[in-house]
Design a protein around this ligand. Structure first.
Ligand SMILES: Nc1ncnc2c1ncn2[C@@H]1O[C@H](COP(=O)(O)OP(=O)(O)OP(=O)(O)O)[C@@H](O)[C@H]1O
Ligand SMILES: [Mg+2]
Length: 356
């Protein structure tokens, strides 16, 4: 599943705590300069994987390699990695400059070079004018920028970010995301990022790793993982999808919503027997199916207001459906719970999975 020559590689990494196995053979290969996002439900093993990469913990079996060298048992401080945590872990009584300079002082970098590197990094994160301000006197977003500056100034071999924007409000989070992306582009460092925020993974990552129960269930560019989930788990976890269970028989998908032609699509080749159609909630539309589209009739169960759009929850033949309708359109339709509505989708917007 790895796409490129490994800079950081986890090879057959297993981890047990006592009798409980929590990682079951992680094999990943990350290229130098890649931005990787790890996503997955609570307890799926994201933090454990990150701790094994940092050296805070060791695998029960398997190895960690960096640029070809086995680093499985190299202690954290000798790996040359940087971490950015959700709560920043800055020194509140030191000023901005001293926080950023700290890692370089530990590495005994000469005074002149240290000053140049700290100034340049503060400039990059637009914090130079706050250099003498104590961290305790900064806003959340400013602290976040100091935390990132401190992590990057040492030119780490790997940057590990655990929920780096988790403590920020929505607007600031977006600003930090674009700043992180820019720093990644400019500095060319390798980033591994854990997040609960899927839109953040989508915005930042070159590749997303979806973890489930101690395994990497799917990895790939965000658009691929979001548009073509490889398993039912990924389809349920990533994005907001409708899952329609049915059976493929002689080129037709037979489901409680009706029977639909697969039209010889390449991705459906060889499909036979129990299958699931996956349709994103923003690919399902209201109204009679136009020519060439596929459709069904469904009963409205509930509405959820989401600002610029309203999510309609419907059922069709026992299958739950959800679709997003622009707020004005939804209002104009005066939706009535219990009433039946026609829904449709473009055949290309349905993605088919073999049921396990
Ligand atoms: N020190 C430990 N001792 C025993 N079990 C542990 C320990 N650390 C983690 N676990 C277990 O390992 C599994 C994976 O935990 P991990 O913290 O890696 O999950 P996560 O994906 O980071 O979850 P979250 O999204 O909630 O942060 C969980 O079932 C957890 O209870
Ligand atoms: Mg965690």
């Amino acid at each position: 599943m790895s796409t490129s020559a490994g800079y950081l590689e986890l090879v057959g990494v297993e981890k047990s705590f006592g009798d409980t196995a929590v990682l079951h053979g992680i094999d990943v290969s990350i290229a130098e300069g890649e931005f990787i996002s790890l996503i997955g439900p609570s307890g799926s093993g994201k933090t454990t994987t990150l701790r094994i990469i940092t050296g805070a913990d060791q695998p029960t079996d398997g190895s960690v390699r960096l640029a070809g060298a086995d680093i499985t048992f190299v202690p954290p401080h000798k790996r040359g990695f940087s971490m950015v945590f959700q709560h920043f872990a800055l020194f509140p009584h030191k000023n901005v400059y001293d926080n950023v300079a700290y890692g370089l002082q530990l590495r005994k970098v000469g005074k002149r070079e240290l000053q140049q590197r700290v100034d340049a990094m503060l400039e990059r994160v637009h914090m130079r004018e706050y250099a003498r301000r104590r961290v305790g006197e900064l806003s959340g977003g400013q602290r976040q920028r100091v935390a990132i500056a401190r992590a990057l100034v040492i030119e780490p071999r790997l940057v590990l970010l655990d929920e780096p924007t988790g403590a920020l409000d929505a607007k600031l989070r977006l600003r930090m995301q674009s700043q992180l992306k820019e720093l990644h582009r400019e500095l060319g460092l390798t980033f591994i990022h854990v997040t609960h925020n899927q839109s953040e993974a989508l915005a930042l990552a070159d590749r997303v790793f979806v973890m489930n129960d101690g395994r990497v269930e799917q990895s790939g560019p965000p658009a691929e993982v979001f548009n073509a989930p490889a398993t039912r788990f990924v389809a349920e976890f990533v994005g907001r999808n409708n899952l329609i269970d049915g059976t493929v028989d002689g080129g037709d998908f037979v489901s409680p919503l009706g029977s639909f032609r697969l039209n010889g699509r390449a991705d459906c080749e060889g499909l036979h027997g129990p299958c699931t159609a996956v349709i994103r909630s923003d690919s399902l539309r209201l109204g009679e199916a136009p020519d060439g589209a596929q459709g069904a009739s469904a009963q409205l169960q509930a509405l959820e207001y989401g600002g610029s759009y309203v999510t309609w929850f419907l059922t069709a033949g026992g299958t739950q459906l959800q679709l997003d309708v622009r707020a004005e359109e939804s209002g104009a339709l005066r939706p009535a719970i219990g009433q039946r509505y026609a829904v449709w989708w473009k055949p290309d917007d349905a993605h088919y999975l073999r049921s396990a």
